[in-house]
Design a protein around this ligand. Structure first.
Ligand code: HH2
Length: 271
């Protein structure tokens, strides 16, 4: 049987995220959106309480906790869908796992708060390690590489080894090239085109291109439209070996990745 990649639906419980900022800051709306994404085909819901868009300021752990914990509990109570906590902070990860999350998604790739690896390990949670440089406030000026694919790959390999030393099982580690984080549009495109080199590290790979600035620049789409540019990026990512796509529009992206895989494999995929 041919397995399909997982679709991770994005839920930003923030006032300022770059694509959906403010839309799901209200707790009731956030919960409804999570359930709607699950019904629309999301296999995982990624819940975050801190925007990481370029230039975003750090949010306190307390504020993050107030934004996400009640939402995680409510979604767990109403739907049987794995929840991922999008945070750089070990205290937030720990509380989110206690509230029912099963995956820790660290966009700092263990650089911001390395204790987050031990938190994931103790809970037996999966851990997403993403490549970035600096912080959301500083990352734009750090987008300089001689060989972006090689440097991102080396970073992910080193951080995965750190996670394993902290006790995270190899089978629970997921790597992410960090599309849009300390990267220019050309860097993002080079990473998407060379994803098999990241996948060759032997870990599942997650790709989050959804609605990022370079997609909109290239596709010419407005923020209000369904992003077909994102769907194309998701399709290319799974053809390059990605196991998970992180997207704001799960149904459209599920259709795109399923169709892309069916063509690449020459047969109808089984769920
Ligand atoms: N991108 C964003 C946030 N979290 N996590 C992973 N693993 N990979 C990504 O590419 C990724 C991520 C940024 O997107 P978004 O959540 O839409 O915006 P914001 O950070 O402003 O909330």
């Amino acid at each position: 049987m041919v397995s399909l990649p997982a679709v991770m639906g994005v839920l930003n419980v923030t006032p300022d995220s770059f694509s959906d900022g403010g839309r799901y800051f209200d707790r009731g709306r956030a919960i409804e959106r999570a359930l709607e994404m699950h019904r629309g085909g999301a296999d995982i819901i990624d819940i975050g309480g801190e925007s990481t868009r370029p230039g975003a300021r750090e949010v306190s752990a307390q504020a993050e906790l107030e934004r996400v914990i009640a939402v995680i509990e409510a979604v767990r109570a109403r739907a049987n869908v794995p929840i991922s906590i999008d945070t750089r902070k070990s205290v937030v990860a720990s509380a989110a796992l206690a509230a029912g999350a099963a995956i820790v998604n660290d966009v700092s790739g263990l650089q911001f708060d390395p204790a987050i690896a031990a938190v994931a390990s103790e809970a037996g949670a999966a851990l997403v390690i993403m490549h970035t440089r600096g912080t959301p406030e500083t990352m734009t000026r750090l987008a300089r590489y001689r060989d972006v694919v090689g440097e991102v790959r080396a970073f992910l390999k080193a951080q995965a080894a750190k996670a394993e030393r902290a006790g995270v099982k190899r089978s629970r580690i997921i790597l992410d090239p960090g599309i849009g984080f300390a990267k220019t549009a050309d860097h993002n495109l080079r990473l998407l085109a060379n994803l098999p080199r990241i996948c060759s590290l032997g870990y599942p790979v997650l790709v989050g291109a959804s609605r990022k600035r370079f997609v909109r620049t290239i596709s010419g789409e407005s923020p209000e439209e369904i992003s077909f540019g994102t769907a194309a990026a998701s399709a290319i990512a799974v053809l390059g070996g990605a196991s998970i796509v992180r997207v704001h529009e799960p149904a459209a992206n599920r259709a795109a990745v399923t169709m892309a895989l069916a063509i690449a494999r020459g047969r109808v995929p089984q769920r």
